[in-house]
Design a protein around this ligand. Structure first.
Ligand SMILES: NC(=O)c1ccc[n+]([C@@H]2O[C@H](COP(=O)([O-])OP(=O)(O)OC[C@H]3O[C@@H](n4cnc5c(N)ncnc54)[C@H](OP(=O)(O)O)[C@@H]3O)[C@@H](O)[C@H]2O)c1
Length: 203
C-alpha cells in the first residue's frame, strides 16, 4: 500500500513509518520539515501537500500539538493554538484528504488517553482527543466505497515519559505503540477508537 505518515519525524510517527516500511509498504514520510512538507495547522499547506502526493491507500496522522497548563492560566493564544493544531489540523487532514484516499482506504488519526483519563493541566489535550473521537465516529458514517477512519489513543509512550523525567516503566515504547496503528490500517474498525494492546483506558 502507498501510505502517508504525517508526523513521521516524531516519537510515534517515526516508529509507525518504520513498522510500515518493514511490512513492505511504500511510505511517504511527512512533517513541516520534510519534502514535500505539510503543516496541518495551515489549510493551504495541506492542499499543496496532497496535490503533490496524489492518491494513496492510507493517511496516518501522528501530528498535532496542544498546550498544557492550569485552566486559569491558559491564554487565548494557547487555547487557539491547541484547537488549530491537534484538533482542527487533523480534521482538515481528513477533509482535505478525502479526494486522495482510494476506495477501501483508511484514515488513522491520533488522540490520546487523556480523552478518557484526564490529569490536571491537560484540558486542551482532552478537548482535542475527545473532539477527534466524536469526529471519527461521525465521519465513519459519511465515508463511501469501503473507506474507513480510525482514531488511535496512545497511552504515555515510554520515550516521551523518560524525556519528561517520569517513570517510563509502566508504558509501551514507540515501536509497540506503532503496532496499534498497523492494526488500525490492517483491521476493519471504522469510527471506533483503537488502543495499544494492554493499554485500554476503558478497561
Ligand atoms: N508521545 C506520547 O506519549 C503521546 C501520548 C498520547 C498521545 N500523543 C499524541 O501523539 C501525537 C504524536 O506525538 P509524539 O510524541 O510522537 O510527538 P513529537 O515527538 O513531538 O512529534 C510530532 C511530529 O509531528 C510533526 N508536527 C508537529 N506539528 C505539526 C504540524 N503543525 N504539521 C505537520 N506536522 C507537525 C513533527 O515534525 P515537524 O516539527 O518537523 O513538523 C513531528 O514529526 C501527538 O498528537 C500527541 O499529542 C503522544
Amino acid at each position: 500500500m502507498k501510505i502517508v505518515v504525517i508526523g513521521a519525524t516524531g516519537t510515534i510517527g517515526k516508529a509507525v513509518a518504520q513498522l510500515l516500511k518493514d511490512k513492505g509498504h511504500e511510505v511517504i514520510e511527512a512533517s513541516r520539515s520534510t519534502q514535500p512538507a505539510i503543516d496541518i495547522a495551515d489549510s493551504a499547506s495541506i492542499d499543496a501537500f496532497y496535490k503533490q502526493v496524489g492518491e494513496v491507500d492510507a493517511i496516518v496522522s501522528a501530528a498535532g500539538d496542544a498546550v498544557g497548563g492550569p485552566i486559569d492560566k491558559l491564554t487565548d493564544e494557547q487555547v487557539q493554538f491547541s484547537i488549530n493544531s491537534k484538533l482542527q489540523g487533523q480534521i482538515n487532514v481528513v477533509r482535505k484528504g478525502l479526494p486522495y484516499l482510494r476506495p477501501n482506504g483508511v484514515f488513522v488519526i491520533t488522540g490520546g488517553f487523556l480523552a478518557y483519563k484526564p490529569a490536571p493541566q491537560t484540558s486542551m489535550y482532552a478537548v482535542a482527543n475527545s473532539g477527534l473521537e466524536g469526529f471519527a465516529k461521525a465521519v465513519a458514517l459519511d465515508l463511501t466505497a469501503g473507506r474507513r477512519i480510525v482514531i488511535v489513543h496512545p497511552p504515555w509512550v515510554a520515550e516521551t515519559a523518560a524525556a519528561l523525567g517520569m517513570d517510563a516503566s509502566p508504558w509501551p515504547n514507540a515501536a509497540t505503540t506503532a503496532e496499534a496503528y498497523l492494526a488500525a490500517i490492517e483491521g476493519s474498525a471504522n469510527g471506533q477508537p483503537v488502543f495499544v494492546e494492554g493499554y485500554d483506558p476503558t478497561a
